[in-house]
Write a protein that binds this ligand. Structure first.
Ligand SMILES: C[S@@+](CC[C@H](N)C(=O)[O-])C[C@H]1O[C@@H](n2cnc3c(N)ncnc32)[C@H](O)[C@@H]1O
Length: 378
């Protein structure tokens, strides 16, 4: 394809459409909303300047996005797949992503975003009808294998059973490598809460460089699914929560429970902790104020964080840039946010200090007549 298309598609949570529109209105005011459904939006972009193939939408609420080539209608996956390849003629497709748009808010009547049978059938039909199978990457027949960075991915969004949107993107970020930005995570049978999924996805998406054996504090840790994901990576976890932890988590030798509210924990408890995970069921401002009090304390050196900010009201989505600026103001130079597949009405913020510089040690003032100690690095 010599000229990039003028349309862009975006998928998101049902309910997050207004948040996506708000982000795009601020960042790309010339884009115009075109065809849309709950959880699925398309935009018409100006002819010039052309977007690059690997453009970064920099959206918190978009789960995935790419160029849109248009829609196809048909009554069977085979019929639809043949039309898809007509629309995509000439595209050097290496990988095929077929995935449904969300049909409900996460959690509503147990709905969880993810691949479904229709997506597998669509993928199989697309593979079967692919006009240039030799171009496909090794493993492309398996929808659960991620695309490699740089590969051109054909996107097929199952908007309705008989209506697919066809598009493409260049795989780059972690979410862009998975169909619809969704990793195929499965809740382990021994997980004590679905927060396991949220934390596992957050760790994979953020790629925070937390070494095995690192000391991690989790605020809002009960009953403990998230702590289980952290413990499974070999971290030493201090869970802070006034509520009861599940006995299976309490029994883990690397887990310690401080059965308190975050505000009741003495700052020196955080002295040896370098990583913070926060998942409290409170407003974003409450979470940020609680975290600020910890990370800005002179005795505390937190290198990186994963914060869940609950959007108690969708209107708070507009304030996300302000929340991120607040986190940056504490000295975190890498701050990113995403509404994860396993987030409900909430977002995940990943923050990192790179390079990490510990705060200078506090020293008592020298008494009169004493030579002050020589400064030390550390
Ligand atoms: C969504 S649940 C956390 C789920 C947990 N991360 C898991 O993996 O199972 C929210 C938790 O935040 C806790 N919480 C609320 N306010 C808190 C505070 N000020 N300090 C510590 N925990 C708090 C609640 O007790 C509740 O257990």
């Amino acid at each position: 394809m010599n000229v990039t298309p003028q349309f862009v598609f975006v998928t998101c949570q049902v309910g997050a459409g207004a948040a996506v529109k708000g982000e795009i209105a601020r960042a790309c005011p010339q884009w115009r909303l075109a065809f849309s459904r709950p959880g699925f939006l398309t935009f018409k972009c100006p002819a010039e300047p052309r977007l690059s193939e690997d453009f970064d939408l920099q959206s918190v609420f978009a789960r995935t996005y790419g160029f849109s080539l248009g829609t196809v209608r048909g009554s069977s996956p085979e019929e639809l797949a043949r039309q898809v390849w007509q629309l995509a003629a000439g595209l050097p497709v290496r990988r095929i992503h077929a995935f449904p748009r969300d049909t409900s808010e996460p959690g509503y009547r147990d709905f969880e975003p993810g691949l479904n049978e229709a997506a597998w059938a669509a993928h199989a039909a697309l593979i079967q009808n692919c006009p240039q199978p030799a171009l496909l990457a090794p493993g492309a027949t398996d929808l659960k294998r991620p695309a490699r960075r740089g590969e051109l991915v054909l996107d097929c969004v199952l908007v309705e059973p008989t209506l697919w949107c066809v598009g493409y993107h260049r795989a780059k970020s972690i979410p862009s490598r998975w169909p619809g930005g969704m990793m195929p995570l499965e809740l382990p049978p021994d997980a004590v809460s679905r927060a396991w999924l949220k934390t596992e996805e957050a760790l994979r998406w953020s790629e925070l460089p937390i070494p095995a054996g690192a000391r991690v504090a989790e605020i809002g840790s009960a009953p403990g699914g998230s702590s289980q994901a952290l413990l499974a990576r070999g971290f030493d976890v201090t869970g802070i929560d006034p509520a009861e932890m599940h006995p299976a988590v309490l029994a883990h030798p690397n887990f310690h429970h401080l059965r308190k509210r975050s505000t009741q924990v003495r700052r020196r408890e955080f002295r040896k902790i370098r990583w913070l995970v926060v998942d409290m069921n409170v407003t974003p401002n409450y979470t940020l104020t609680a975290v600020e009090a910890i990370v800005t304390h002179p005795l505390v050196n937190i290198r990186g964080m994963l914060l869940t900010l609950k959007l108690t009201d969708w209107r708070l989505a507009e304030r996300v840039p302000e929340y991120l600026d607040r986190v940056r103001s504490w000295g975190y130079n890498i701050v990113r946010a995403r509404q994860l597949q396993h987030n409900r009405r909430e977002i995940c913020v990943a923050a990192l200090q790179k390079p990490f510089r510990r705060k200078p040690l506090l020293r008592k003032p020298a008494r009169r007549g004493q030579t002050p100690p020589a400064p030390q690095n550390g």
